[in-house]
Design a protein around this ligand. Sequence first.
Ligand code: EPS
Length: 393
Amino acid sequence: MRRIRLTTAGESHGPGLTAILQGLPAGLEVDTDFIQRELARRQHGFGRGRRMQIEQDQVDIRGGVRGGTTLGSPIGLWIPNRDFDNWRGVMDPGELDADKTEQRRLRSPRPGHADLAGGLKYLRRDLRDILERASARESVARVASGAFAKLLLAELGIEIRSGVRSLGPIGAERPTPTWEEVLALDDDSPLRAIHCDLEDQMVALVEQMKEEGDTLGGAVTVIAHGVPAGLGSHVHWDEKLDGLLTQAVMSVPAVKAVEIGSALAAAGGPGSEAHDPIERNDKGEWHRPTNRAGGLEGGVTNGADVVVTAYKKPISTLRKGMPSVDLDTLESRLSQYERSDVTALPAAGVIAEAMVALVLADALLEKVGGDSMAEVHEHFEATRAQQRIWPSS
Ligand code: EPS
C-alpha cells in the first residue's frame, strides 16, 4: 500500500494493542459506534475459546480525530487487553516475576504456529516471545483500522461483507457466492455461514472437534460491492490490485491460500468457461453476466464486485498435541497446549474484510487523490463522469 499505511503493535496478553493508521484524508466523519460494532463482529463466532468471554474490545482514539472528524494526520488507536490482568508479572514491559514466567514458558513448539520458525529467527529461549505477537489477537488493531477505511469507502458507495463459505469439508463443493448471498446471511448466526442450510452440520463438527481436542479450518469469502472500474494497475507488477489484495488477505492469521473470483474452478476448465462475456445494456452501461474474474482483469477493477476467498488452515494449537521436541531436553514431546479456539473462521472473515477495505481505500486514494473528503468526492465524481461517456470522450 502506498497512500494508506498501517502499523500495529502489541502482544496477545500484554497491556493492549496500538494502531497507527496514516493517509486518510481530512474531513471523514468517524462513527465510533460503527467501529465498535466491527470489533464485536470480530469477537463473535461459535468455536472460540474462553478468551472471547474475557475481552470486550473497546477502542480508544488517541490521535488524528477531532470532534468526530479526521484531521488528515495519523490516527492513533489503543485497545486494552482485559486479560492482561491475569498475566501481570509475565507480560509486563517492565520487571517480570521469574517463577510465574517460567511456569508459562513455551518450550515445545506447536507445528503450524510461528513458535519454531520465530524462535530460530529471534533466538528466544522462551517461545512465548514469539507466540504472543504471532497470536491472532493482533487482528483487533487491523479490524479497528479497517473500520476507518470502510467508513471512507461507504461515503463513496462501496460496501464490504463476508461470510463463511466452508468449514472443514462442509460446503467445500459450493460455488463462489454472490453479493446477494453474502448480504442475506445472518451476521449473528453461530458461524456466519453463507449457506445457512449447512450451519447445523458445521456446529456439530465444531463440537466433535472440540471433544477430540482437534481444530478446523475452512474458507471465507469477502465481497466488495460498488467498486468503480479502474482501481489498480496493469502496467506495474507491484501495483496490480489482485496482487495487493492477495498479499493483504494472506497476512490474516492462518490463511494459506487466497483466491480471486472463481480461479480454482477456472483453472480446471477451458477458457470459454473461465471468462466473463462483455455486454452493453440499454442504458449504455458495461455489463458482465457472470463474475468469474472476481471483479479484476489485468490487475485492474472492472466495475464488477471484487470477490476474494481466503482459505484458512486449521488452528495450530491442538489440545491433543502434535509431535514436537522439548527445547530443554531436546527429546520428542507432544506440542504444548495453550488455551485456544477450535475455529476462528467467522472472525477471519471480518479481519479479511478489514484488509480488503484498507487495500481498496488505498487504491481509491491513489486513483482519485485528495487531502480532504471534499476533494476526494469531487475527483471521484469526475472519474465516474469520464467513464460514463467513454469511449466517445
Ligand atoms: C490465539 C489464542 C487464543 C485466541 C486468540 C488467538 O487466545 P488465548 O491464548 O488468550 O486463549 O482466542 O485470539 C484472540 C485473543 C483474539 O482476540 O482473536 C492464538 O494462539 O493465536
